[in-house]
Design a protein around this ligand. Structure first.
Ligand code: PLP
Length: 477
């Protein structure tokens, strides 16, 4: 039932005292007044609280349980991040500059810390998400090639077939031609394949390391040299920095442009839980093209720098999703350098623990030491039992666990991509393994049981094709 259906004419959730001054009437010009009253539900305070609390209880979140959604880094987000963000909720972007000193200093210091973590020289905090960061990074690459007179010939962006779907989409949006290259048998970039496509018509190679199979690209230094030898730029999809944070840096691997997902690695809620932030770090020669304003050191303090004649302009209103920046800043300061390194150690340890335990029952695609995540290949399992990856994912919900990412990356059929994150205990990981083993057994003995799952959730299997093709966003009376 929606809040509108709970509406009862005349019911209110507030009571205001009567006027104790003369009523001066309505001063809003006639043409700005709405013709019809707004369609607001008429409900009491308790109606509202119960309605939304009950809805929230139907939802599953990382605060309620394990959420091993690969490539999404659903780690637990400490509540102190929210507390600190609350300190800034009264700020308005149109406030006079001299009244937002703290906010500017925070952005400046955050930028410096993120540059240090990624090994880049400068950065914008403006993009509102990972994909938005990718687009921004590619527009910077475009502006750079235009500036040096090479945009005419450099039309291509190379993307491996294991890439996150946003990579080719961003490259196409930025006006480039997307060239997809096949991964090698080891799941990594195939150098021969890369060589075939690499010449001075290539603008950018987009990679992530570890790649979406959770594998570290061991040839990354060679790849960087190959890219730079033909004058191309190397772009790093750093949405999932969890695996390497504090251990190695994209900038040191030779990447020229790096995007981060603060709403993954840097612990701010995402996926219906809040807005995102996708800062873009660049090497010094690309800094002139960053969106304005850039926060820069000016003497002892940070200042907003609007004086970038070669800037690609603004990519979002004001300074980006500022409260997300506060949460990430809080997270980095509370963790400290050693803490961030511990995060990547534990993220990788947890993933490998699960990989080895699950390999007794399931086939692991590219079964070797992984980074922060790994992929299960259920193709044979599905052939033998008739139970597909989708069915296993649905059955996990009955065991009170969130399902891993499924059917991604596309190069593994019946893929199940598992990322436990560093915030989970051994007990939680063991619970997940037990559930997966029980489901494997059910699939052998009673496949129909698994194929009919879930049985215990507020809604059963949803028609997600219709939901995508014919979305209904508004309640109509
Ligand atoms: C999540 C993710 C993205 C996209 O980030 P959004 O904030 O969802 O736009 C891009 N690349 C990878 C590898 C990701 O995991």
């Amino acid at each position: 039932m929606t809040i509108f259906e709970r509406s009862k004419p005349g019911r209110k959730g507030y009571e205001l005292p009567a006027y104790d001054v003369p009523d001066s009437g309505c001063n809003v010009p006639e043409h700005l007044l709405r013709k019809d009253p707004p369609m607001l539900p008429e409900v009491s305070e308790v109606d509202v609280v119960r309605h939304y609390t009950n809805l929230a209880l139907k939802n599953y979140s990382v605060d309620r349980g394990f959420y091993p959604l690969g490539s999404c880094t659903m780690k637990y987000n400490p509540k102190i991040n929210e507390d600190m963000a609350m300190l800034f909720t009264q700020l308005h972007p149109f406030q006079p500059r001299e009244t937002i000193e703290g906010a500017v200093q925070l952005m400046g210091h955050l930028k410096e810390l993120l540059c240090e973590i990624t090994g880049t020289d400068d950065m914008t905090l403006q993009p509102a998400a990972g994909a938005h960061g990718e687009l921004t990074g590619l527009l910077i690459a475009r502006a750079y090639f235009e500036d040096i007179g090479e945009l005419e010939k450099r039309k291509k962006v190379i993307v491996p077939d294991s890439a996150h779907g946003t990579n080719p989409a961003s490259a196409a949006m930025a006006g480039f031609e997307v060239i997809e290259i096949k991964s090698g048998p080891d799941g990594c970039v195939d150098l021969e394949e890369l060589k075939k496509h690499l010449d001075d018509t290539v603008a950018v190679i987009m990679l992530t390391n570890p790649n979406t199979l959770g594998l570290f690209e061991k040839d990354i230094l060679t790849i960087a040299k190959m890219a730079h030898d033909v004058g191309a730029l190397l772009y790093y999809d750093g949405a999932n920095l969890n695996a390497i944070m504090g251990r190695t840096r994209p900038g040191d691997m030779g990447f020229d442009i790096v995007h981060l997902n603060l709403h993954k690695t840097f612990s701010t809620p995402h996926g219906m839980g809040g807005p995102g932030s996708g800062p873009i770090g660049v090497k010094a020669r690309l800094a002139p093209y960053l969106p304005v304003p850039v926060v820069r050191k000016s003497g002892e303090k940070y200042e907003l720098d609007y004086n970038l004649p070669k800037s690609i302009g603004m990519v979002r209103t004001f300074y980006g999703n500022f409260l997300v920046l506060v949460k990430a800043y809080t997270y980095i300061l509370t963790m400290g350098g050693k803490g961030l390194k511990h995060v990547s150690d534990m993220a990788v340890l947890n993933a490998n623990y699960l990989r080895v335990k699950l390999s007794k029952t399931f086939k692991i695609a590219y079964d070797r030491i992984c980074m922060h995540e790994f992929v299960i290949d259920n193709e044979e399992f599905a052939k033998k039992t008739g139970v597909k990856t989708l069915d296993i994912a649905k059955r996990l919900l009955d065991y009170g666990l969130h399902a891993p990412t499924i059917y991604f990356p596309l190069i593994v059929h019946e893929a199940m991509m598992i990322e436990p994150t560093e915030t989970e205990s051994k007990q939680t990981l063991d619970t997940f393994v037990e559930a997966m083993e029980r489901i494997a057994k059910e699939a052998q003995e009673n496949p129909q049981l698994v194929k009919g799952a879930p049985y215990t959730t507020p809604v059963r299997r949803l028609d997600d094709v219709s939901a995508t093709k014919y979305p209904v966003f508004r309640f109509k009376r």
